[in-house]
Write a protein that binds this ligand. Structure first.
Ligand code: ATP
Length: 525
């Protein structure tokens, strides 16, 4: 609950209460009409604070006092996502009102923020990890690392808390890779050249296409298939054809595969950039039509689990051999990622060129003896791509447009991340289309951010940091205008990243580093 969740993050059951519903419940609980609640909301800008204030006023008059336990709150909140059908709204309001009428003002504040998914207490998984290590162990640093390892494998903080509260991390060994529970993906560091890559990962090494698609981690247990994105979202329903390919072409009772899904043109069969298929990740309707229009190919590059056994500690060479053994390659459906194993720089360079010609981003170089480290950005798997300047950033604000763009937000404020804070780094208003049919339009993005607006002042709005976008730019400049201290020159929107979360975006450290590099390049030409 410290993270504002009632189930592990990957679980699809969410609290999902809209501000409107929360307003109704507050109004009922404190016995004040809805309009008054909305009025307070306008002046305080935070529904939690509204609930706190109104509860305080009410408590003074009724002197009612109940004890609200965490257990009771969890019990009621967990009933919410299960409700369906007729009378759902009333039942939801009843469950919430029951809690609110017993809540003290400060409890009402956090309860309401939890309900609408905007807890704002600045707590991250890392904060909880450090607290657990501090609370239960003497050797905090070392134990915190073990806890993180278990989190990356199981992604279930509550389950891990149950183990470590006994004061021993030995129990964490019991945290096993399980089919159906998402594992965090292993991430790559960068190298500039093939030569540098060989120096870092050793010779010979595996070199693979770095496909320009999105990460898909595939779980198989018999005929049951579950698909997770890199941010551990369950997207099984959106890709029924993938489940089909796995059932048909993967010879295993159980398995977890790591792969990149890449779009291709249904006529020419040429690969297409990620951007052109990104809408498939979130789409909940017309699935079949979309599947037909925007086909994808699954490129499998790793296997983490096979027939009841975790392979995280196996060497990459063995894992990659197993892929070839158990997966039947069917181009435009599912294939083994294009790979060579070589110690020859010329062959490696040729392969890199071929990948670019095939419209992919570049190559990955992988150490053959390395294990799989879930959730880490490792030095034994490197990405190499042509120098290009782009960042993933999150939208935190915007400004409504004028003239033909009035009614839409036509300029979006972008932020990078500094630990758990988001710092502004610029505004983007180019790269969007005027019409919906042509790509991502102002209108579409405005509709996306509207439910996330937390404050409105004239034409300016503040937006909850949820929507991640890729932008290219010409240069990073120092700037007093933005809270990061930097500004992007000529930022241009290139893609929505529904597969990324705000924790995946560029950090201030990375931006400072790129700023430094840029200066060096000018100096030395
Ligand atoms: P970038 O922004 O440079 O694309 P990234 O943020 O996507 O990087 P990284 O871990 O830095 O993530 O780069 C590796 C990503 O590349 C993986 O997350 C995966 O989605 C993708 N990828 C494509 N082909 C491969 C491959 N053969 N092996 C591993 N990852 C691959």
């Amino acid at each position: 609950m410290l993270l504002g969740n009632i189930y592990p993050d990957y679980d699809e059951r969410k609290i999902g209460i809209s501000s409107q519903l929360a307003i109704k419940a507050i109004s009922k609980a404190v016995g004040i009409n809805k309009e008054k609640v909305v009025q307070e909301w306008k002046s305080l800008g935070d529904l939690g604070k509204v609930a706190e204030k109104l509860t305080k006023n009410k408590k003074q008059s009724t002197l009612q006092s109940h004890i609200l336990t965490t257990e009771k709150i969890l019990e009621n909140l967990r009933k919410l996502p299960a409700l369906e059908g007729k009378g759902t709204v009333d039942k939801k309001i009843a469950l919430i009102t029951e809690l609110l009428t017993s809540a003290s003002p400060v409890e009402a504040l956090y309860l309401v923020r939890t309900l609408i998914g905007d807890l704002r207490i600045g707590i991250q998984v890392s904060t909880i990890r450090e607290s657990m290590a501090h609370a239960f162990f003497k050797n905090e640093k070392e134990e915190a690392q073990k806890i993180q390892g278990a989190i990356d494998k199981a992604n279930d903080l509550a389950a891990i808390f149950d183990i470590v509260k006994k004061g021993k991390t030995s129990g964490l060994g019991k945290v096993k890779v399980e089919i159906g529970k998402p594992i965090k993906a292993m991430l790559a560091q960068k190298a500039k050249t093939i030569k540098e890559g060989f120096e870092a990962v050793g010779k010979p090494c595996a070199i693979e296409y770095k496909y320009d698609g999105f990460r898909l981690i595939i779980h198989k247990k018999g005929n049951n298939i579950i698909l997770f994105t890199r941010r551990l979202e369950n997207v099984t329903k959106q890709f029924p054809e993938v489940a089909d390919y796995i059932r048909k072409y993967v010879n295993a009772d159980s398995a977890i595969l790591d792969s990149e899904a890449v779009g291709f043109d249904k006529k020419t069969k040429e690969y297409k950039p990620f951007q052109s298929i990104s809408q498939r990740i979130k789409r909940k309707y017309d699935i079949e039509k979309l599947q037909e229009e925007l086909p994808i190919e699954i490129n499998v590059f790793d296997i983490l689990y096979y027939n009841g056994k975790s392979l995280l500690d196996e060497h990459f060479k063995k894992r990659t051999e197993l892929i070839k053994k158990i997966i039947e390659s069917h181009p435009y459906k599912i294939i083994h990622s294009k790979q060579i194993i070589t110690d020859d720089e010329k062959k490696a360079e040729d392969f890199y060129k071929k990948a670019l010609k095939d419209r992919q981003e570049g190559v990955m170089m992988k150490n053959l003896d390395a294990v799989y480290n879930p959730g880490s950005r490792v030095g034994h798997m490197l990405k190499i791509k042509p120098e290009e300047r782009d960042f993933d950033l999150v939208i935190t604000g915007g400004e409504y447009g004028k003239g033909k763009r009035s009614g839409w937000i036509s300029s979006f404020i972008l932020s990078c991340r500094d630990k758990d804070k988001f710092l502004e780094i610029g505004k983007v208003g180019t790269g969007f289309k005027e019409k919906k049919e042509e790509g991502v339009s102002f209108e579409e993005l405005t509709e996306k951010v509207k439910p996330l607006i937390t404050e409105e002042k004239g034409k300016n709005v503040k937006i909850k940091p949820k929507i991640v976008v890729s932008v290219t730019y010409q240069e990073i400049q120092k700037s007093p205008t933005y809270s990061s201290g930097f500004a992007l020159r000529f930022p241009r929107f290139t893609a929505l990243r529904p597969d990324r979360s705000a924790s995946d975006i560029a950090t201030l450290t990375e931006i400072k580093k790129d700023f430094g590099k840029q200066k060096r390049n000018w100096k030395y030409g």
